[in-house]
Design a protein around this ligand. Structure first.
Ligand SMILES: [Mg+2]
Length: 393
């Protein structure tokens, strides 16, 4: 038995996409609804080439391209010349290489390696993982609030959009509120949406750490309790990383709390689960060490009796969730009544996308069944809009 295909070179390409009615949010990396403005965002793709011709490819859907692509490129040189199928070895190597500097570069490379393995074995990633689901229950996860007349500028507008989502098939709806974290305004949002659709949809609330203080988070948490929310995510200004802060919050609030989106390591996340800082685990293949680390995390959480909610949308998220028993909803983010989803890459082929209408009337989205990640990319279009190409060999 041979080691299989050997990695010959790894190519990174940064490219621009244009999104109508969008501007970058005040933090500089997210998106806001801005009528009439066309926003330009960077994205990047990775292709792993081997001596046998089998190739792994992945294009993360979201931004943060400059730091993540640079971090991934720095890791890539240590993989060239190595067996492409030895994913666990490469994960361990990359983790050692990221000591002191953070692990965010691992995700894209690891996911491309899983794509490559799927193509080598003629199976989708979820099939390799023992996945059993072909369809995933999904929730509409809104863009943050805005101040536009036809946007998400009032509690009623969020409630109208929830009803629109319900009519399309969604049976769960998550609100990202307004960025200022005003307790009275967020309270009105939760109460209005719960009153309108709470009898027919599961409702989640993601404060995105915009509530300033623990006291504000407790106050809103009691509103979540009264409204019967399904989960309460990243409540306040600690950044979603304080174990003691969330132990305190959870002693006052009954609604299940969901944090760990903003910490990176498998081990740190498991420590937070064991410490009782959160009721759910959060796993993001792009940010949390790829499929390799996220599958370990989901299994570790399952052993603790805890559910793992996969963060954000894309083929890697679908493949992972399809193989996890302990996962409830796929996140279709960030959706808005007037603006297309900026996190759904425009260059998928064969009909795959994560726009608002990716849902079927039964409230589910499909899991791609082609080998690897199960999607194909329009590399001609990506190369036509490229701003930089880096080759590691
Ligand atoms: Mg979140």
């Amino acid at each position: 038995m041979t080691d299989g295909p050997i990695i010959e070179r790894i190519e990174f390409i940064a490219f621009e996409i244009n999104i109508e009615n969008m501007s970058s949010d005040p933090a500089g990396f997210g998106v806001s609804y801005t009528p009439g403005k066309t926003g330009t965002h960077l994205r990047f793709g990775v292709r792993i080439y081997t001596d046998t011709g089998v190739m792994g490819e992945y294009v993360p859907g979201r931004s943060r391209v400059r730091p993540i692509m640079a971090a991934a490129e720095a890791l890539a040189s240590r993989l060239v010349g190595k067996p492409a199928l030895a994913r666990t070895q490469h994960y361990n190597t990359m983790r050692r290489l990221t000591k002191h500097i953070g692990e965010v570069g691992i995700g894209a490379i690891d996911i491309a390696l899983w794509d490559l393995a799927g193509k080598q074995y003629g199976a989708s990633v979820s099939q390799i993982l023992g996945g059993y689901r072909k369809r995933l229950p999904a929730y509409a996860s809104t863009l943050g609030g805005d101040e536009e007349a036809n946007g998400l500028s009032s509690p009623e507008a969020y409630a109208d959009f929830a009803e629109q989502c319900y009519e399309m098939g969604y049976r769960a709806y998550k609100m990202h509120g307004w960025h200022e974290g005003n307790v009275a305004r967020e309270t009105a949002l939760l109460e209005t949406v719960a009153k309108r659709v709470g009898d027919k949809m599961k409702i989640m609330y993601d404060a995105s750490n915009h509530l300033a203080t623990l006291a504000d988070a407790i106050e809103i948490g009691r509103v979540c309790d009264a409204c019967g929310l399904y989960w309460y995510e990243d409540p306040y200004g600690d950044g979603g990383i304080s174990i003691r802060g969330h132990q305190s919050l959870k002693s006052f609030v009954k609604t299940p709390v969901l944090i760990t989106e903003h910490i990176r390591n498998l081990e740190t996340t498991v420590d937070m689960l064991v410490a009782g800082a959160t009721d759910f685990a959060r796993a993001d293949p792009d940010y949390d060490g790829g499929i390799t680390a996220c599958y370990k995390l989901a299994n570790a959480a399952e052993g603790l009796g805890i559910d793992t909610e996969v963060h954000s949308c894309g083929p890697a998220m679908r493949q992972l969730m399809a193989a996890c028993r302990n996962s409830n909803f796929y996140e279709v983010n960030l959706v808005h009544p007037q603006m297309s989803n900026a996190w759904s890459l425009p260059y998928y082929e064969n009909g795959y996308h994560d726009q608002l209408d990716c849902i079927e009337p039964d409230g589910t989205v499909g899991v791609p069944s082609l080998p690897g990640m199960g999607v194909e990319y329009d590399w001609d279009a990506i190369e036509a809009s490229s701003v930089e190409t880096r080759v590691v060999k």
